[in-house]
Design a protein around this ligand. Structure first.
Ligand SMILES: Nc1ncnc2c1ncn2[C@@H]1O[C@H](COP(=O)(O)OP(=O)(O)OP(=O)(O)O)[C@@H](O)[C@H]1O
Ligand SMILES: [Mg+2]
Length: 290
């Protein structure tokens, strides 16, 4: 027994978890159901041409390799949700796309065919300004003592002209009256749901094509969770953004996303359409609360 055996799995699925099992046990059982997945299998899940391609990625922090030969495909205007046990490396995938990890080998391409951009070695600011990639951070991206509108303007700090950021901010206020009503309030007074809306909106000021979203529902009450998924749905289906998300609420995430990947110990274990994973009994037992 090691100390990790006492880490209980919390928050997976929508309902109650009767038999609570340890992270190590979930990882062990999930590794047993892992399938052999080829890049062709991943291509089959893509609608049209791929917009994001990750090929044979080995990446991690310092000398510690977390992701092993990881591949990913998602089409333009599609959404993909990553699920898996705590510590599997889900956030590390988003970090790698955005330039926060060491990449030892492999490549990441973003953009429409036939000439996607190789973003493997770009810095995070290049990804944001030149490659149209935005990473939605939780909490820490908001400046609590600045007003809501100042926070939005800050989201456009990489734009060539500050006035452009202000123009986009106005469009965002038109769209989200909830935020507009609080534009001159300090961000710290916002409710949890409003704060999440500001975090998402802030990333939108750079007018990205690809949104990387880590656990959008974490810490929110159910009514706000629904609001966040409605906003993401609109961003995908009305604005045509491509979305890659990590979601601990596997049920919500898979209901939302076109494509679902189960990651176990830094490797892709199962890939399928979101609906298919939702009805996959093996996925259900481990990640959807039985
Ligand atoms: N900045 C970092 N420096 C060093 N190691 C890290 C860093 N961030 C994460 N790790 C390690 O990488 C591994 C994968 O972590 P990651 O955060 O990607 O997992 P996750 O699947 O997102 O888990 P969770 O569901 O708990 O968010 C873990 O062992 C973690 O300790
Ligand atoms: Mg994570």
């Amino acid at each position: 027994m090691n100390t990790q055996d006492t880490d209980k799995v919390k928050g997976y699925g929508g309902g109650g978890v009767e038999a609570v099992i340890s992270v190590d046990e979930v990882t062990r059982q999930a590794a047993q159901i892992a399938e052999d997945i080829s890049i062709e299998d991943l291509d089959q899940l893509v609608d049209g041409e791929p917009f994001v391609k990750i090929d044979h990625l080995n990446a991690g922090y310092g000398k510690m390799e977390i992701l092993h030969d990881f591949n990913l495909r998602v089409g333009h205007k599609q959404s993909l949700c990553l699920i898996g046990p705590n510590g599997a490396g889900k956030s590390t995938i988003l970090h790698s796309i955005f330039g926060f990890t060491q990449i030892y080998s492999g490549q990441i391409f973003v953009g429409a065919q036939p000439s996607p951009m190789d973003v493997t070695k770009l810095t995070s600011s290049e990804k944001l300004s030149a490659a149209g990639i935005a990473y939605i951070l939780q909490d820490k991206s908001i400046f609590p003592s600045m007003t809501v509108e100042e926070n939005l303007w800050m989201g456009g700090f990489l734009k060539d002209k500050p006035t452009e950021a202000k123009q986009v901010a106005e469009k965002i206020f038109d769209r989200y009256p909830r935020l507009a009503a609080r534009r001159r309030h300090q961000a710290k007074v916002l409710s949890g749901g409003e704060r999440r809306l500001l975090e998402i909106s802030r990333a939108l000021v750079m007018e990205p094509d690809l949104l990387l979203v880590d656990e959008p529902s974490i810490g929110l009450e159910p009514r706000f969770i629904d609001m966040v998924f409605e906003i993401l749905d609109e961003l995908q289906n009305k604005d045509g953004k491509t979305i890659i998300m990590v979601e601990q609420n596997a049920k919500k995430g898979l209901e939302f996303a076109d494509i679902g990947y189960v990651l176990v110990s830094g490797q892709l274990a199962i890939a399928g359409r979101g609906d298919d994973l939702l009805s996959n009994p093996k996925v259900g037992e481990l990640f959807l609360g039985g």
